[in-house]
Design a protein around this ligand. Structure first.
Ligand SMILES: Nc1ncnc2c1ncn2[C@@H]1O[C@H](COP(=O)(O)OP(=O)(O)O)[C@@H](O)[C@H]1O
Ligand SMILES: [Mg+2]
Length: 227
C-alpha cells in the first residue's frame, strides 16, 4: 500500500485506516539583507545545490511570487504611498503567495527558497520607516500563523558598499533603493536585531568575493541538509 494515495487507500474499504506514510514537509529557506547585499546573485547557486542533492525546489521571491503578487510588487516598489498602505500590500501579496505557492509546495514535500519574506517587513517598514512593530506582529500572526522559515541567510553588508554596488550595476532603482544611507543603516540594524533573536538565522559577512560567499552558502546548505 505504500505509495498509493490516501484516497485510494480509503476506497479499498479496509477499515478506513490510511497506511500511507505522511508526506514529509519540505523546508522553507529565505534570503534576506539590505538592497545590494548580494541575495539575488547567490540564490540560484543554493537552489542548484539543493537540486543536485535530490530535493525538488520552488524558487520564488517577495514581494511577488504569484501573478497578483508581481502586480502588487510593481506598485509597492514604484508608487508613492502611505506607510501603512505599503505594509498592508506587502502582506496581501504574502497571503496570496503563501496560499497559492508556499504552503502547497511545502505540503508536497518540496523545498521553497524565497528571496525575502516577513523579516524584510520588520526590517524595512519597521526598522527603516519606523512602523510600530506591534502592527507588523499582528499582520504576521494573521497572514502566516505558525509558518516561519526554517533557515534564513542574512547577507550583512555596510550601507556604503551596498550603495556603491547598486549605483555601479546601472539598473533603474526602486523606492527603497533610492532611500538615503541612514534608512539602509536602520534596515540593517533591524535585520541584525532579528538575527540575534531567532536561531534560524545564518548571518553572512557579505563583504567578501562572490566565490567566498558562494562557498559559505554551499557549506551551510549542505550542513543543513545533513541534519
Ligand atoms: N560579493 C560581491 N562582490 C561584489 N559585487 C557583488 C557581490 N555580490 C553581488 N554583487 C553585485 O552587487 C549588485 C547587487 O547584488 P544583488 O545580488 O542584486 O543584491 P540584492 O539582491 O541583495 O539586492 C549586483 O550588481 C551584483 O553583481
Ligand atoms: Mg535582489
Amino acid at each position: 500500500m505504500v505509495g498509493s494515495s490516501a484516497r485510494e487507500s480509503e476506497e479499498t474499504g479496509q477499515g478506513g485506516k490510511i497506511d500511507r506514510p505522511p508526506t514529509r514537509r519540505g523546508k522553507f529557506i529565505t534570503f534576506e539583507g539590505i538592497d545590494g547585499a548580494g541575495k539575488s546573485t547567490h540564490i540560484d547557486a543554493a537552489i542548484d545545490l539543493l537540486r543536485s542533492e535530490g530535493f525538488k525546489v520552488v524558487s520564488t521571491r517577495e514581494p511577488g511570487g504569484t501573478p497578483l503578487g508581481e502586480k502588487l510588487r510593481e506598485l509597492v516598489l514604484h508608487e508613492p504611498m502611505h506607510l501603512e498602505t505599503e505594509t498592508l500590500l506587502m502582506f496581501a501579496a504574502r497571503r496570496e503567495h503563501i496560499v497559492c505557492v508556499i504552503e502547497p509546495a511545502l505540503l508536497r514535500g518540496d523545498w521553497v527558497v524565497c528571496d525575502r519574506f516577513t523579516d524584510a517587513t520588520y526590517a524595512y517598514q519597521g526598522g527603516g520607516r519606523g512602523l510600530d512593530v506591534a502592527k507588523i506582529e499582528t499582520l504576521e500572526r494573521w497572514v502566516h500563523g505558525n509558518l516561519q522559515p526554517d533557515l534564513t541567510f542574512l547577507f550583512d553588508l555596510s550601507t556604503t558598499v551596498a550603495q556603491w554596488r547598486i549605483q555601479t550595476q546601472g539598473k533603474d532603482t526602486d523606492r527603497f533603493e533610492q532611500e538615503k544611507a541612514d534608512f539602509h543603516a536602520r534596515v540593517r540594524e533591524a535585520y541584525l536585531s532579528r538575527a540575534s533573536r531567532f536561531r534560524r538565522f545564518c548571518v553572512l559577512d557579505a563583504d567578501q568575493t562572490r566565490d567566498e560567499i558562494k562557498k559559505l552558502i554551499e557549506e551551510s546548505v549542505l550542513s543543513y541538509c545533513s541534519q
